[in-house]
Design a protein around this ligand. Structure first.
Ligand code: FAD
Length: 454
């Protein structure tokens, strides 16, 4: 395969490799002076799926690397599989989703720092955090996503955004929002749950809103709550695993789930618990009719953008802030000492935990080759078959799931791309969903948690 000079990345200032003793940063540690790097220092921003997979992989492959992970959350929580908590599936509790950052950092010998990154200086190769300033030789950005309420509702004040974010938790980012949404469901009386997928653009885990629809319906059915799960979408039924979701909704929850595919949210009144939206007849209807719906629980997922950490680095991005990549690699297009992994990239890959881990594995290989001055071919091993496998739980009694697999390949247009396939399983009796897929979903989740923590 052809390789050019850009594939032979060079790292300035590499010194003789000394074994660096790992340490765990104490919670209140203040770093007053910037510790010098030794040419083998990798700083990773964000301890999500990409960041933790990256730290472990680097240290497993080369324990002479000085690896530091910075994370603003004090506890790890997984988003994948979290819809099953809303669905009330057996044996699922908050414990299922949480992890202790110090477990893998102690085992693999990297440093975990609990702090928030506030600035990045590419010239000085330093990262400023709430715990002090750190120097790096290689910087990995794996900060995930952010919400863009303002793009969707330019007239909303900051106060209104805060109110809606709290009252109608999006639950696309790990942490409190999932717990708030679960509490609201547990406390609800009879009435409607309204689910609003992000209106447009790239967003985290495209099947997640539709899996959530099935799981909330499952919860309402089992709890005997009278009401509907109303999905107010913009996609006219054309969404991830669309046919498979619709088939299972119609078979399992025909009286509960109401999907409205051509809508536009106008406003949410969190005090009255009402939502105004426009419903369009078809793609040619540009006027629509205004409707109001009363809700008990509203899960409003705003348009997504990339985490602001990418902009802090001052590297080139697309309009939504996702990092532009150097060819098929996971290196930034702007700076050869910066790598980007997980949801924050502009490769046309599905933004998923499995993709985040895959990207971290590939980027770790690229980083090691750069540090060791070896040639790296970012197309090696492509196409990667079933590089992403994503399950969605669609039923609770019995548990049944659907799935999609993606092959990742080097698109001639210069990016990595995923091609999806939604199979019908052998034990599905001609349907997309099956019990074996549900078992595989549970096994898959245990596997990715093992990947990060053990
Ligand atoms: C409901 C739901 C269901 C899902 N289901 C699946 C599934 O079945 N399969 C699947 O593969 N994927 C699934 N996903 C998608 C998956 O969760 C994401 O794609 C994955 O988390 C992306 O990993 P990441 O490392 O890029 O980002 P994250 O996991 O979000 O990690 C980013 C980390 O960076 C930290 N950070 C951000 N800014 C800073 C800062 N300034 N300083 C310090 N730290 C910072 C954040 O706190 C966070 O911990 C699901 C997502 C949701 C919401």
């Amino acid at each position: 395969m052809a390789m050019n000079r850009r594939d032979t990345f060079k790292l300035a200032g590499i010194s003789a490799a000394g074994v660096v003793l790992p340490r765990v940063a104490s919670a209140d540690e203040k770093q007053t002076e910037v510790k010098k790097t030794n040419g083998r220092s990798v700083v990773i921003i964000g301890a999500g799926f990409a960041g933790l997979a990256m730290a472990k992989t680097l240290r497993k492959k080369d324990n002479t690397l000085d690896v530091m992970v910075i994370e603003k959350n004090s506890i790890f929580m997984a988003c994948p599989f979290s819809n099953t908590l809303l669905g009330g599936l057996e044996g699922v509790s908050l414990d299922t989703f949480v992890g202790d950052y110090y477990q893998p950092s102690e085992k693999y010998g990297y440093t975990f720092m609990h702090g928030e990154v506030t600035a990045i200086n590419r010239e000085a190769r330093t990262v400023t955090t709430t715990k002090g300033v750190l120097a790096y030789d290689i910087l990995v950005l794996s900060p995930g996503i952010a919400y863009d309420y303002t793009k969707q509702f330019p007239k909303w004040s900051a106060q209104k955004v805060r109110e809606v974010a709290q009252a109608c938790p999006a639950a696309l980012m790990p942490g409190n929002e999932h717990i708030a949404l679960k509490r609201q469901l547990n406390n609800m009386d009879d009435g409607n749950v309204v689910i609003i997928p992000p209106a447009k653009g790239k967003y985290r885990c495209p099947p997640a809103p539709y899996e959530r629809t099935a799981m909330v319906a499952n919860f309402m059915k089992n709890e005997g709550i009278k009401g509907k799960v109303i999905v107010l979408d913009t996609r006219a039924g054309k969404f991830a695993k669309g046919k498979a979701f619709k088939e299972s909704w119609e078979d399992l929850f025909p009286d509960i789930i109401e999907y409205k595919g051509l809508t536009e949210i106008i406003d949410i009144d969190t005090a009255a618990k009402t939502l105004r939206y426009k419903a369009f007849e078809n793609a040619d209807d540009t006027v629509g009719t205004e409707q109001t719906v009363k809700y008990e629980v509203c899960n409003f997922m705003p348009i997504n953008k990339c985490s602001p950490v990418i902009k802090m680095a001052g590297i080139k991005t697309d309009d939504a802030g996702y990092a532009l990549m150097d060819g098929y690699s996971f290196r930034s297009k702007t700076d050869s000492n910066i790598y980007v992994c997980g949801d924050a990239v502009t490769h046309a890959l599905p933004p998923s935990a499995q993709t985040a881990i895959w990207s971290a594995h590939r980027a770790a290989g690229q980083i090691l080759d750069q540090i060791n001055r070896k040639v790296n071919d970012p197309r090696a091993g492509l196409p990667a078959k079933a590089a992403n496998v994503c399950y969605s739980m669609v039923g609770g009694k019995p548990e049944e799931a659907i799935m999609v697999t993606h092959t990742f390949f080097a698109d001639p247009n210069g990016v990595l791309r995923g091609k999806g396939h939604v199979p019908k399983p052998q034990d599905g009796n001609g349907k997309f969903r099956s019990k074996s897929a549900a078992q595989a979903a549970r096994a898959w989740f245990r596997g990715v948690m093992r990947e990060l923590f053990t």
